[in-house]
Design a binder for this molecule. Structure first.
Ligand code: FAD
Length: 261
């Protein structure tokens, strides 16, 4: 099986700061990590490879320093790594990002499965995985918590929903996004760390993957960030104690006073 795992390098959440004027993340001096959901995507890809054979290719679109995320992925079991990096991508929104990633996947040739994380902890949109699937015309299952089976060109997976889970089947090639319930990612072995040091990371520019420059970057991005701000902290609530009937009565009185009921 040829499995592509898309990973994004993100700022460590504890340190996220926003430039109030440009409304973009301040990345300078902030430690970067692999988006945590992508570690589950990678682990699942590596487990499938170990069970069924084949290889795992990790792919990221980002600045040159995102290469370190790819090397870390190799230390965790990926076989090959591709960095999609070009100034032309600066300012790309999720539509442009998923288009560029889809073009890179096309260039890889035959691929059976693409695995993404549920969402990135910085952008948080959960749009890139589904966007890749649409650009490539592939079926998709999002929020996968378990892959039940892969046989006869069909993948069956459990998709987390608010009440429980659905069991869905789609034909391969397909795109999955995964949630953290799917597995417990491994830690890098010494052998993995050695492999990561020696690995050759392919670097592709926009022209290498046939990206139309008009469809990426700020100009090619239809999304406009109008405002970005930290919501004000919630005001403290009121605790009502006593007998249930008294609690209900007081709660209703309060809600009437506030004009809620
Ligand atoms: C107008 C606008 C301008 C922007 N300009 C910039 C900019 O200049 N620089 C910048 O860094 N960001 C920029 N962004 C943010 C950028 O578009 C998103 O970070 C990116 O598209 C991913 O979206 P997300 O973080 O919501 O990921 P999600 O959709 O939440 O991610 C889901 C999954 O998709 C995969 N994935 C997501 N992003 C990547 C990636 N880059 N490579 C590989 N896999 C990925 C991962 O598996 C991830 O778990 C901009 C956004 C907007 C709206």
């Amino acid at each position: 099986m040829i499995i592509v795992v898309c990973i994004k390098q993100v700022p460590d959440t504890n340190n996220v700061r926003i430039n109030p004027e440009t409304k973009t993340l301040i990345r300078e001096g902030v430690e970067s990590i692999i988006n945590p959901f992508d570690c589950y995507a990678l682990e699942e890809g590596v487990r499938l490879k170990e069970r069924l054979g084949g290889k795992v290719i990790v792919l990221t679109m980002g600045p040159p320093q995102a290469e370190s995320a790819l090397r870390e992925a190799i230390s965790l079991g990926a076989d090959e790594a591709v960095l999609l990096s070009d100034r032309a991508f600066a300012g790309s929104d999720t539509l442009a990002t998923s288009y560029a990633l889809a073009q890179a996947i096309r260039k890889l040739g035959h691929v059976d499965l693409i695995i993404c994380g549920k969402q990135a902890i910085d952008g948080d949109t959960a749009q890139v995985g589904p966007g890749i699937a649409v650009h490539l015309g592939l079926p998709q299952i999002t929020y996968v918590r378990k892959i039940e089976a892969i046989e006869n060109g069909i993948i069956r997976a459990e998709r987390l929903n608010e009440e429980g889970y659905d069991v869905l089947e789609v034909s391969l090639p397909a795109m999955l996004t995964v949630v953290k319930e799917i597995n417990q990612p491994r830690i890098a072995s010494l052998k993995g760390k050695m492999a990561a040091k020696k690995a050759v990371v392919l670097t592709w520019k926009a022209a290498d993957v046939g990206v139309d420059p008009a469809l990426v970057g700020l100009e090619g991005s239809p999304t406009l960030v109008v405002e970005i701000f930290t919501p004000p902290p919630r005001k403290g609530g009121k605790m009502i104690t006593g007998e249930p009937a008294d609690i209900a009565g007081e709660a209703i009185r309060d809600m009437r006073a506030m004009g809620i009921v």
